[in-house]
Design a protein around this ligand. Structure first.
Ligand code: LUZ
Ligand code: MOS
Length: 782
């Protein structure tokens, strides 16, 4: 294991406030504020647009509409179905129509007031049901199927069907969407963007400006959080700032305020899921049939990849011999929904976890017994519905250790006892697993590059394609380079991510950023080391009369390079680098990596999309107030798999943070729109993310520390997204407490988020015995 005391490379700067985010970058001359005028209608035709008066406002340097775009007015990461600026129609509230650059924000607002736009409102689609009714979809349905689902559902001893709704989620990165553009000479454009995907931002800027990518440099030192919200959607602000910068020939900065950011950016996709399940008398799943409908919003964005990941995680940790899942992306008149930590995985897992939970209730068993019965096996029952064989399955050891360390069974007894004795408070307990596939499911994206320089003084500068969003990417890359060169971390610095240093990169996404870029850094270092080894072996051999130094015996360790066979032949790393320069050895190299052995046939729904899986489990216990529906986490125990961690403290932070962010999604984060498509929850007074008070008072997080069975950098594992889904244990613990109101005899009517309102209504129905006959939980055959 690497040093447990590794700290985040920017920790001190974060705390002192010296860390630079986009809005902090000093620009001394001619900086203009960029501003976006956005649509007030969910769906409308633009009848006329008059900017004449607005142009006269003093201090205004540029006002642009669609016809002022020099390049293509087309954006979108996969399908170009998003105009950069609305042209003839608007398709969601918040869609950009006009851009303004002025010396002050007040002047921008003054100009906005003088813009005259005539709209003819049209009838918008604002819900998944409405989209289904109107046959409004983005692209075609996707399906994955194995076995005989229909027959199995017909012949099984037990079956049920139901519906589950899972809600949207706002990213709530602390730094809102931001971009600073500085014009260079000729067509050059320098873009400092809060983006998880600098290369795609570069592409988008080049395309709207109609210039080559070699004239656009995108640089990202760090983001104040991303969570998927800046995987594609940072591109818009970059394009807008670049258009204004290009028109005004002055630096332009756009930093959204919180309300506007919440109103105009996409969210996690809400889903409507319909399921059927068949199982035997022990609780073993025989078949499931799932229809997933997501709300894609007004444009495609990453919706199909997100749906695909939902479908690939609708099994979560369970072997189901007969499995069918179909995914359809609804097109609505809401801002285009996008990547969010988990990328459809949480939505898919919520369905199968609901099924397993319900099987247990139907059979009067503890849900943990049913889970255990259905976990993927190690030698048999170990192929997924898409026919990937699960290797190095860590579900059994994680389960065994966590059940013991969390004292699950004796706490179950205490919970039952408490519930028997209390009417106004109910306790709930749940263990849920996570098995998360690591790799972009779009296989070609699994590649990364690096450019490593060693200077004559022995200091090292690492350039790589991954971005830093607080998650510790730079820290991990720094330690990879230090370890490979055998130097102390103080010798290494990671440069801001820059498209002119490492080109054609993939997004920092899919939890794979350290995996991919870490290997690219390692490969770059290996190239430089090979040159050094050759030259030094030669140099050492001339030092004395002993046998020549063999390159294979040259070791890099403790800021030194030495010959293992001739320990007196050694040289300080820094001295060696100066010597290498004098010996005309190149000390700079690129590195490249692509994940080996994966492949995925989307059309067939079969293959090996994932290099490996990351596993984890959580046991959460809650206390629910049966009069208010409010809950409190009494204790949460997590055992999570990070392989042989590159930075244990950083990974611990990701596990805790991911879990707590998920806790928000499953409980209080309630994204609501009104009947016209206006976002109602657009500020922290109406949208409640977890606060310090919501972190479990008793929070026991541990890692299982088994080296990755797959050949990853240092045998580590990806950790960014998987822990978020551990929060399903909170959701089901609350459901368990609700269920206790009806003595676990009936299935509660439940959805996600389990807001106080959802909890209270579910309890109320149980008290009045209405749940059993509720249409959403009817049995297939009864
Ligand atoms: N982004 C993407 C992702 O483009 N493909 C993926 O598979 C993915 N998975 C998780 C998060 N972002
Ligand atoms: Mo993502 S949801 O940006 O990995």
């Amino acid at each position: 294991m690497s040093n447990p005391n590794i700290t985040h490379e920017s920790a001190a700067l974060h705390v002192s406030g010296e860390a630079l985010y986009i809005d902090d970058i000093p620009v001394h001359e001619g900086l203009l504020t960029g501003y976006v005028v956005s649509s007030p209608h969910a769906y409308a035709r633009i009848k006329s647009l008059d900017l004449a008066d607005a142009r006269k406002v003093p201090g205004v340097f540029a006002i642009l509409s669609a016809k002022d775009i020099p390049g293509r007015n087309e954006m979108g990461p996969v399908i170009k179905d998003e105009p950069c600026l609305a042209e003839n129609e608007v398709i969601c509230i918040g869609q950009a129509v006009v851009l303004i650059a002025a010396e002050t924000l007040e002047q921008c607002r003054e100009a906005e007031r003088k813009i005259r736009i005539e709209y003819e409102p049209l009838d918008p689609v604002l819900s998944i049901e409405d989209a289904i009714a109107k046959n409004s979809f983005l692209g075609k349905p996707a399906a994955i199927e194995r076995g005989k689902v229909t027959e199995s559902l017909k012949s099984a001893p037990h079956t049920f069907r139901g519906e589950l709704r899972t809600g949207a989620q706002e990213h709530w990165y602390l730094e809102t969407q931001s971009c600073l553009c500085v014009p260079g000479e000729g067509k050059e454009m320098f873009v400092c963007s809060s983006t998880q995907h600098p290369s795609e931002t570069q592409t988008a800027v080049a395309e709207v400006l109609g210039i080559g990518k070699h004239d656009v440099v995108v640089e990202v030192r760090r983001m104040g959080g991303g969570f998927g919200g800046k995987e594609t959607q940072g591109n818009h602000y970059a394009c807008w700032a670049a258009l204004l910068c290009n028109a005004a020939k002055r630096p332009v900065k756009i930093c959204l305020d919180r309300d506007k950011d919440m109103i105009i950016t996409g969210k996690r996709h809400r889903f409507l899921s319909k399921y059927e399940a068949a199982f035997d008398g022990d609780g073993r799943l025989l078949a499931v049939n799932i229809d997933l409908f997501s709300d894609g919003g007004c444009a495609t964005d990453l919706s199909h990849a997100i749906m695909e990941r939902a479908m690939l995680h609708a099994d979560n940790a369970y072997f189901v011999p007969n499995f069918r899942v179909v995914g359809k992306v609804c097109k609505t008149n809401l801002p285009s929904n996008t990547a969010f930590r988990g990328f459809g995985g949480p939505q898919g897992m919520a369905v199968i976890e609901t099924i397993v939970d319900r099987v247990a209730r139907e059979l009067h068993k503890d849900p943990l017994e049913v889970r255990k019965l259905n976990f993927y096996g190690t030698d048999s029952r170990n192929t997924t519905h898409y026919e990937q064989t699960i290797e190095h399955n860590l579900l059994p050891p994680i389960h065994d250790r966590l059940v013991t360390s969390s004292d699950y069974w004796s706490r179950r007894k205490e919970v039952n006892l408490f519930n028997a004795q209390n009417e106004f408070y109910k306790k709930g307990l749940a263990l849920t697993p996570v098995k998360f596939g690591i790799s972009f499911t779009t296989t070609f994206l699994n590649q990364a590059g690096a450019l490593v320089h060693v200077y004559k003084d022995g200091t090292i500068l690492v350039n790589q394609g991954g971005t830093e969003m607080g998650q510790g990417q730079f820290t991990k890359m720094l330690h990879v380079a230090a370890r490979e060169f055998g130097v102390t971390p103080d010798r290494v610095k990671v440069n801001a991510t820059n498209t002119s240093k490492v080109p054609n990169t993939s997004a920092s996404a899919a939890s794979a950023t350290a995996d991919l870029n870490g290997m690219a850094v390692k490969n770059a270092v290996a190239t430089i080391k090979a040159r050094i080894v050759d030259a030094l072996a030669n140099h050492f051999s001339m030092q004395d009369t002993g046998s020549p130094s063999q390159p294979a015996n040259i070791v890099f360790e403790n800021n030194e390079i030495f010959d293992r066979e001739h320990p007196n032949r050694r040289i300080a790393f820094a001295t060696a680098m100066d010597l290498m320069h004098r010996s005309q050895v190149s000390l700079s190299a690129t590195g490249y990596y692509r994940t080996p052995g994966i492949g995925w046939d989307k059309a067939a729904g079969k293959g090996k999309p994932f290099f490996y899986y990351a596993y984890g489990m959580a046991v959460t216990e809650v206390l629910v107030d049966a009069l208010t529906g409010d809950h409190k986490i009494l204790r949460a125990d997590i055992l999570h798999d990070v392989g042989d961690s590159l930075a244990p403290g950083i990974d611990l932070g990701q596990i805790e943070g991911g879990f707590v962010q998920g806790c928000g999604w499953v409980t209080t984060e309630d994204v609501r729109w009104d009947a016209k498509g206006n976002l109602l929850s657009h500020s922290p007074d109406t949208y409640k993310i977890p606060t310090v008070c919501d972190i479990p008072a008793d929070f026991r997080v541990a890692t299982i520390d088994i080296p990755n069975g797959a050949e990853t950098i240092g045998r580590s594992k990806a950790v960014g997204e998987p822990p978020l889904m551990l929060s399903l244990s909170l959701w089901l613990a609350i459901k368990d407490a609700v269920s206790a109101v009806g003595n676990h005899a009936a299935e509660p009517e439940f959805s996600l988020p389990a807001t106080n309102e959802v909890v209270l209504l579910a309890m109320e129905k149980l008290r009045h015995g209405q749940s059993k006959s509720a249409p959403k939980s009817e049995k297939i055959k009864s």
